[in-house]
Design a protein around this ligand. Structure first.
Ligand code: SF4
Length: 366
């Protein structure tokens, strides 16, 4: 069995470690690119969600490199995510690709089903081996999130443009290469050291921007046109409302046990005056996190969504009211295969400029 899985930011680092630790042969697709996207766009329905097209491109690229099994997340709820894997399965079959799809769905209290599918992948591996693989993967999830958070703080203060991105990539490579938990911890420490040693400008006070929106657009730099890098280099400090390890904790472990995570209920409470129920995907979180960012004194919020994303369209229709009542500027960016980096860059420059001027004006009023 040669397994592959879709890209979503740094997901490939811990997932590859888990699968290799389980003794599986892993084919990591090349990082998403114009080339893989072209495959996805060519073979997907025009109005399919943008992430579906990017992922389909990943699978085709992986198949060309020998993969025969795809591990894909499934979904439930009112948006189209529940159909994703089925649609992709059909498309791949029509193309004549012999790819088996193993769809892992959020357990929602039925842990048994999920474990059964995992069992298909792990075969005769003992529980101890599976547990050891998961532990290594978890350590890598925490490590990649940690260096990513740090890069967000360092980038707007860097003395030489691009130095944070280079150091961040170096840190990720160290974590990727680590062979066990101890090595992962050392790689994290070394990565943090490299990022912390970047020469910084003194006396800068960057505007702070919260990022909300659909998970794939938030986590995958190719899909969001490297927005975090662009904002950091424009002098803004970003904080993302979602990191991989948070998502795993909430949607796999706590969900399986039907426990609500504290942060999740805090987000739902913050959203409640505007939106009281789950609308699929991350729509409710986009509203709640925007309120929380306003309460925490952030200068602005950017909502990221794929074109035609239903949950984010709901959030988008509510955010102007949140923006007005909570007095926080909100910019919505709708992205798909037609979006170009130059156009987005111009809008980001204008937004950061607006936030800086607004901050100066508010300071003068005090
Ligand atoms: S959250 Fe949006 S982009 Fe993701 S599957 Fe649902 S509708 Fe599509």
């Amino acid at each position: 069995m040669k397994v592959t899985f879709p890209h979503m930011g740094n997901l490939y680092i811990p997932v590859r470690a888990i699968l290799q630790e389980l003794g599986l042969e892993v084919v990591v697709p090349p990082l998403p690119s114009k080339n893989s996207l072209n495959f996805g766009v060519k073979h997907s329905p025009e109005f399919a969600c943008f992430p579906l097209k990017v992922n389909l491109g990943d699978f085709i690229e992986a198949h060309h490199r020998g993969a025969d099994t795809v591990i894909m997340a499934g979904g439930i709820g009112p948006c189209r995510f529940g159909y994703y894997a089925e649609v992709q399965r059909e498309i791949l079959r029509d193309l004549g690709y012999e790819l088996e799809m193993v769809v892992l769905e959020p357990p929602r209290g039925h842990l048994g089903e999920l474990l059964e599918k995992i069992r298909r992948l792990t075969g005769k591996r003992s529980l101890r081996q599976v547990w050891a693989a998961l532990q290594l993967g978890w350590e890598k999830f925490l490590a990649v999130d940690e260096v990513e958070r740090l890069s967000h703080r360092v980038r707007p203060r860097e003395g030489r443009r691009g130095s944070t991105t280079a150091a961040y990539r170096q840190a990720l490579a160290l974590i990727d290469q680590a062979g066990d938990i101890q090595e992962t911890r050392s790689a994290l420490a070394r990565g943090e050291e490299i990022l912390n040693n970047i020469p910084r400008k003194s006396g800068v006070s960057p505007v702070r921007i919260g990022l909300v929106g659909e998970i794939f657009m938030l986590l995958e730099p190719f899909a969001n046109l490297h927005l975090e890098e662009a904002l950091g280099e424009l002098g803004a400090e970003v904080e993302r409302s979602l990191y991989l390890s948070d998502w795993i904790k909430t949607h796999l472990f706590l969900d399986a046990l039907r426990w609500k995570k504290k942060k999740e209920s805090r987000v739902a409470e913050a959203a409640a005056p505007y939106l009281r129920h789950f609308v699929g995907g991350d729509g409710l979180d986009s509203v709640g996190n925007t309120v929380l960012y306003a309460q925490q004194g952030f200068d602005g919020v950017i909502q990221l969504m794929p074109f035609t994303c239903m949950p984010e369209i709901v959030a988008q229709s509510i955010l102007p009211r949140v923006s007005q009542e909570k007095n926080i500027p909100v910019l919505t960016l709708i992205l798909d295969e037609q979006s170009g980096e130059a156009g987005i860059r111009t809008r980001l420059e204008a937004f950061v400029d607006l936030l800086e001027r607004r901050r100066t004006a508010l300071a003068q009023e005090e």
